[in-house]
Design a protein around this ligand. Structure first.
Ligand code: G6P
Ligand code: ZN
Length: 598
C-alpha cells in the first residue's frame, strides 16, 4: 500500500531521488483519481473522499507539477485553514510534499489555523517584506494553501476542501487550476520528504536540513494590516458606548480565533458580545454560512424585542459576512453599495476609490454608486463592473490598480487591501460607518442606526430589491437539463418579447472578458434582462460537494421612496413566480420550495 499517512513515512516501494540538503525525499508511485477539478473556489469533496489513499497527496503533487519551478523551488509558501476536521492530518501531508518538491519554507498558522483573508494578508506581507532589502531573511511568499470548504459543514461525514492562492494573495486563476486538473489525470508519482510531523501547537521555527517550517500566530499580521485600514479609535469609541450594543457570531468557525483579539482586546467590545466564539472541528454541528437560514440564532437575537443595535456573522473560513441592524437585514448587494458610498469613514480610502465592481448576479445597487461617484473605470453594464461569480475574478482588476471596493450577493465583501473577500473587514467597515455617523452624538441622543443608513441610501439611489432562491443538492441531471432548456429559450428570444407584464431587453448566457489579461470565460449564468431593469438569473453553484445546487437570482429596481419599505419577497413576488414558471423549475428539479432564501 502506498498510502501517504500523516504520522508515518510512506511505505514501499520508494526510491530516493535528488536530495535537497539534509532531507531524504521519497518517490511514491500513484494512480489518478477522477473528479479532481476545482469549482468556484478550490477543490471541495466529502472528507471521506479526501481520506482515500493519496487523494489529497495527488492533488498537491499535481499542483507542484503545474507551477513553474521558479515559483516554488527554495520558495516560501503559507499554509492555514479554518480548523475543520481533517485539517491537522492534511497539514502534515502538505508540508511533507512541499518539502519533497523543493519548497524552502512553510509559514503555517498555529494549530494549522489561518482564516482565508489572513492567508491572503500573510502572503502579501511577505511579498512586501521582500522589497525591504534590509530584511534579507525574507525571500517573499510565492503563494499559499487554504484548508477549508468555506461555509460547508465539517466533520467526518461532511466536507473538506483545499484552495491555492498565488503570489499576490489571490485565488489561483483558471489557467492554473485547469493545469492542475490536467495533471491529476496523468499523475504517476508523488515526491514526499521523509521528515517527522511538525508540532503545530507552538510558535517557532523547525528546521529539516535546507527546509524549514515556521509556526506563526494566526492573528497578528492580519490585525496589523486592519489597523492600517481602519480608524480603530473611532470604532472603539462606538463599541464602548453604553447605548450601542454589538454582537458577533463566529459560528464556531475560524473567526472565533480572531473575534476576541480584535473586537474585545483591541476595540473594547464586551466578552459576551462574541457568540459561538470557540472554533470547533465540526462547527458545533452547525452549517457555518452567515445567512438568514443558517445564522438563524443571530437573526432571532437581532429581531427580538429590545435586541442589540448591530449584529454580524462570518463563515467557516472567515471570508463571508452578514450584517444586521436591529430588526433589519442588510442584503450583501446593498452592503457593498453602502460601504462604497461611505468610504469617507475609512482611512484606507482617504485618497478616494479607484473603481468598484460586483459579480454579475449581484444587484445593481453598486452601479448607482459608481455612476454618482463618476468613477473613471465605470461603464454601465460593462466588463469593468460585472465579473462572473468567484472572487478570483476581482484580483486582476485590483492588481492593475482599477478596483478598490467590490462585493458579491453571496455574502462576500472586500477591498484591495488583500485579494480575498474579508468577513471581519466588512464588519469593521460597517462599524466605521455607524461610528462616523454618530461620533458627535451625546449620551442619550438617538443614534443613527444600521437601518437609517440603508434607508437613506435607498432614498438617494433608489432601492434594488433582490432575492436569491437556492435549491440545494438537486439531482445533477435534472438541473443540467433545466439550464439546457433555458439556453434554448435564450437562443430563440429577441428584444421586445413579452413575459407577462415584463418586456425583454435581452437574454444571454453571461460571458466575461478580463479587461486586464484578455482571458474569456463563458456560460457564467443565464440572464433575462427586462426593459425596466428587472433581471432573472439562473446558475448552478460551483461550490457544492454533492449533486447540483440551482440558484435563481431575482432583482427589480424601485425609484419610488414610498415603496421602499416593502418586504422584498412581496415586492418581488410576480418576478419570482415568472422565474419559476419560465424555467419549469419544479418539473426539472422536482422541488416545490427552495432550501434557502436570501
Ligand atoms: C465562494 C466564492 C465566491 C462565490 C461563492 C458562491 O464563496 O469565493 O466568490 O460567490 O462561493 O459560489 P457558487 O458557485 O456556489 O454560487
Ligand atoms: Zn468562505
Amino acid at each position: 500500500d502506498s498510502t501517504i499517512r500523516a504520522t508515518s513515512a510512506p511505505s514501499s516501494p520508494s526510491t530516493a531521488i535528488a536530495e535537497p540538503e539534509g532531507i531524504k525525499i521519497n518517490s511514491i508511485p500513484t494512480k489518478p483519481f477522477e473528479g479532481q477539478k476545482t469549482g468556484t473556489s478550490g477543490l471541495r469533496k466529502k472528507v471521506k473522499v479526501f481520506m482515500q489513499e493519496n487523494y489529497l497527496a495527488n492533488w498537491i503533487q499535481a499542483l507542484f507539477n503545474s507551477l513553474p519551478p521558479e515559483d516554488y523551488k527554495s520558495g516560501l509558501l503559507v499554509l492555514g485553514g479554518d480548523g475543520r476536521y481533517f485539517n491537522r492530518e492534511a497539514a502534515q501531508i502538505i508540508i511533507k510534499i512541499a518539502a519533497g518538491n523543493g519548497v524552502g519554507k512553510i509559514l503555517v498558522g498555529k494549530e494549522g489555523v489561518l482564516s482565508t483573508p489572513a492567508v491572503s494578508a500573510v502572503i502579501r506581507k511577505q511579498k512586501a517584506s521582500q522589497l525591504n532589502f534590509f530584511l534579507l531573511e525574507y525571500f517573499g511568499a510565492n503563494g499559499g494553501f487554504i484548508m477549508s470548504a468555506s461555509h460547508n459543514p465539517g466533520g467526518p461525514e461532511y466536507d473538506w476542501g483545499i484552495k491555492f492562492n498565488y503570489s499576490s494573495g489571490q485565488p489561483a486563476p483558471e489557467s492554473i487550476t485547469d493545469k492542475i486538473y490536467g495533471n491529476t489525470l496523468s499523475i504517476s508519482e508523488i515526491k514526499i520528504a521523509d521528515v517527522p510531523d511538525v508540532d503545530l501547537s507552538k510558535v517557532g521555527v523547525t528546521k529539516f536540513g535546507s527546509f524549514s517550517v515556521e509556526v506563526i500566530d494566526p492573528v497578528s499580521d492580519y490585525l496589523e494590516l486592519l489597523e492600517t485600514v481602519f480608524d480603530f479609535q473611532l470604532i472603539k469609541g462606538l463599541l464602548s458606548r453604553p447605548d450601542f450594543r454589538f454582537i458577533f457570531d463566529a459560528m464556531h468557525a475560524v473567526t472565533g480565533a480572531y473575534a476576541k483579539p480584535i473586537f474585545v482586546d483591541k476595540l473594547g467590545a464586551t466578552l459576551d458580545s462574541i457568540s459561538n466564539g470557540i472554533p470547533l472541528e465540526d462547527f458545533g454541528h452547525g452549517h457555518p454560512d452567515p445567512n438568514l437560514t443558517y445564522a438563524k440564532d443571530l437573526v432571532n437575537i437581532l429581531y427580538a424585542e429590545n435586541g442589540p443595535d448591530f449584529g454580524a456573522a462570518s463563515d467557516g473560513d472567515g471570508d463571508r459576512n452578514m450584517i444586521l441592524g436591529r430588526s433589519f437585514f442588510v442584503t450583501p448587494s446593498d452592503s457593498v453599495a453602502v460601504i462604497a458610498a461611505n468610504t469617507e469613514a475609512i482611512p484606507y480610502f482617504k485618497n478616494g476609490v479607484k473603481g468598484l465592481a460586483r459579480s454579475m448576479p449581484t444587484s445593481g445597487a453598486l452601479d448607482r454608486v459608481a455612476e454618482k461617484l463618476n468613477l473613471p473605470f465605470f461603464e454601465a453594464n460593462g466588463p469593468w463592473i460585472q465579473v462572473p461569480t468567484g472572487w478570483k475574478f476581482f484580483g486582476n482588476l485590483m492588481d492593475a490598480g482599477n478596483l478598490s471596493v467590490c462585493g458579491e450577493e453571496s455574502f462576500g465583501t472586500g477591498s484591495d487591501h488583500i485579494r480575498e473577500k474579508d468577513g471581519i473587514w466588512a464588519v469593521l467597515a460597517w462599524l466605521s460607518i455607524i461610528a462616523h455617523r454618530n461620533k458627535d452624538k451625546k449620551p442619550g441622543e438617538k443614534l443613527v442606526s444600521v437601518s437609517d443608513v440603508v434607508k437613506e441610501h435607498w432614498a438617494t439611489y433608489g432601492r434594488n430589491f433582490f432575492s436569491r432562491y437556492d435549491y440545494e443538492e438537486c439531482e445533477s441531471e435534472g438541473a443540467n437539463k433545466m439550464i439546457e432548456y433555458l439556453r434554448d429559450i435564450i437562443a430563440k428570444s429577441k428584444a421586445g418579447d413579452k413575459y407577462g407584464s415584463y418586456v425583454l431587453q435581452f437574454a444571454d448566457d453571461f460571458t466575461y472578458t478580463d479587461p486586464v489579461d484578455g482571458s474569456v470565460v463563458s456560460k457564467q449564468g443565464v440572464r433575462f434582462v427586462f426593459t425596466d431593469g428587472s433581471r432573472i438569473i439562473y446558475r448552478l453553484s460551483g461550490t457544492g460537494s454533492a449533486g447540483a445546487t440551482v440558484r435563481v437570482y431575482i432583482e427589480q429596481f424601485e425609484p419610488d421612496v414610498s415603496k421602499h419599505d416593502a418586504d422584498a419577497q412581496i415586492a418581488l413576488k410576480p418576478l419570482i413566480d415568472l422565474a419559476i414558471s419560465v424555467s419549469k423549475l419544479k418539473d426539472y428539479t422536482g422541488r416545490e420550495q427552495p432550501t434557502v432564501i436570501t
